[in-house]
Design a binder for this molecule. Structure first.
Ligand SMILES: C[S@@+](CC[C@H](N)C(=O)[O-])C[C@H]1O[C@@H](n2cnc3c(N)ncnc32)[C@H](O)[C@@H]1O
Length: 225
C-alpha cells in the first residue's frame, strides 16, 4: 500500500478490530437492505459485491436470497469472526492479493479493496455499499469511486447507503457524505436515484451523546451506464 493516506487508514482499521471498536457492526441485516433490495430488480443468481464487508450479516441475508456473495475485507480478524459467528468453516485458497475464504455461496476475500482488478469484479451484477463509501476519508472516497466502482461492469446495479449529519459536530468515520458529493462522484458513469431519506438521529445514541443535532440515512439506487 504505497499511498500514505491509504496506509494510515488501513492501520486505523486494524487497530479498531484489534481493540474491538466495531460499533458499526449490526447484529441484524441492514433495514435499508431489507426494505430496498427488491427495488434494484437484481435477478436471484446474480453475484453481489460487498466492499469493505466487515463481518456483516448482510452477506448471509443476500446469500439466503439466492445470490452469490463476494465480500472484500482488509482485516483478517474480521474475516475470522465472520465465519466463526456464522458457524461456517470456509475453504481457504490463496490469491495474488490475499486469502479467499469460501463457504457455500459466500466468498470473503481478505485484501485491500484497491488491489482488486477488473477481472475480479467482471461478473458482479450488483453491489451493496453500507458503511463502505462513508467509512473512507474524502481523498480515499474519490479514489474508491473513480478506481473501484469503475471496475464494475456496464449494467451493474447498486444500493448505496449513506449518512448525512453536520460533520463539524463529530469527526468520522463514519463520514457525512451529502447528496451533492454522491452525485459528483458517481454521475459521470452511474445513474443515481435517491430512494429514501430518513431521519435516524434517535436510532444513533452515540451521535446524540456526541452532540450531533441532526442525522439522515439516505439510500440510492445506482446503475452503471
Ligand atoms: C465501517 S466498517 C463497515 C463494515 C460493513 N460494511 C458493515 O456494514 O458492517 C468498514 C470496514 O471496511 C474495512 N476496510 C477499511 N479499508 C479497507 C480497504 N482498503 N479494503 C478492504 N476493507 C477495508 C474495515 O476493516 C471495516 O471492517
Amino acid at each position: 500500500m504505497s499511498d500514505p493516506i491509504a496506509h494510515a487508514d488501513a492501520e486505523n482499521w486494524m487497530a479498531r478490530w484489534r481493540e474491538g471498536r466495531t460499533n458499526f457492526h449490526q447484529g441484524e441485516p441492514s433495514p435499508m437492505l431489507v426494505e430496498f433490495w427488491g427495488a434494484l430488480g437484481v435477478h436471484r443468481d446474480a453475484r453481489v459485491f460487498v466492499p469493505l464487508a466487515g463481518k456483516s450479516v448482510d452477506m448471509p441475508w443476500l446469500a439466503e436470497r439466492g445470490h452469490a456473495v463476494f465480500g472484500v475485507e482488509l482485516v483478517p480478524m474480521a474475516v475470522e469472526q465472520f465465519f466463526a459467528e456464522q458457524g461456517l468453516q470456509p475453504e481457504v485458497t490463496q490469491t495474488p492479493i490475499g486469502p479467499l475464504s469460501k463457504s457455500g455461496p459466500i466468498e470473503l476475500l481478505c485484501a485491500d479493496v484497491f488491489a482488486l482488478t477488473g477481472r475480479d469484479l467482471a461478473d458482479c451484477e450488483a453491489v451493496f455499499d453500507r458503511a463502505a463509501l462513508i467509512a473512507l476519508p474524502p481523498p480515499l472516497r474519490e479514489r474508491y469511486v473513480r478506481e473501484l466502482y469503475a471496475k464494475l461492469p456496464t449494467g451493474c446495479r447498486g444500493l448505496l447507503v449513506t449518512l448525512e449529519f453536520p460533520q463539524d459536530q463529530k469527526p468520522g468515520p463514519p463520514f457525512s457524505v451529502p447528496e451533492s458529493e454522491v452525485r459528483a462522484l458517481f454521475e459521470r458513469d452511474w445513474t443515481v436515484e435517491l430512494l429514501a431519506r430518513r431521519d435516524s438521529l434517535s436510532k444513533n445514541q452515540s451521535f446524540v451523546d456526541a452532540g450531533v443535532t441532526s442525522m439522515d440515512v439516505v439510500v440510492y439506487r445506482l446503475q452503471r451506464r
